[in-house]
Design a protein around this ligand. Sequence first.
Ligand SMILES: [Zn+2]
Length: 146
Amino acid sequence: MSSIVIPCSGCRTDNPTPAQQLLSRPRCQRCQQALTATTPLEVTREALDGVLRDSPIPVLLLFYSQWNAPSTMVAPVLAEVAKRHAGRLLVLRINSDMNPDVMKRHSATPLPALLLFRGGSERKRLHGAHSTVELEKLLSDSGVVR
Ligand SMILES: [Zn+2]
C-alpha cells in the first residue's frame, strides 16, 4: 500500500493518501480542504518502495537519526525546501535507527543522507548537513525546479 499520511493544514486530520493521487488534487476526508504536503513527511518502510515507484512528482528522501547532530542541522533546511516546493516535490524522511535494513539497501551512510528520486530511480544524493542554497542547487541541477 503506497500511501503517505498528509496532515490537513486546516483541521489537522491525518489523511492517508495514495502516492498516485498526489497530483489529482486530494482533499481532506474530514473538512474537504485541499491537501498539500508542506512539511517533510515521515514514511514507513512498508510504504517507501511503493511511494517511490508511484509518485508522479520527484521525491526527496532524508535518512536521519535523532542521535546524529548533522541530521538535526539539516531538518530546518528540509522543512524550508518542502514548504517552498509544496505540490511539486514530495519531501519524505525515514528514521535510520528504526529502519537499518532500508538504510543499508540504499547505502545511506554517512548520515544524514538526502536522496532524490524521479520515476522510481535515484538521480542524485547528498550526505551530511547542507545549506538551503546547496539543496536548491541539487534540485535545479536535476531539473526538479527552475
Ligand atoms: Zn481537514
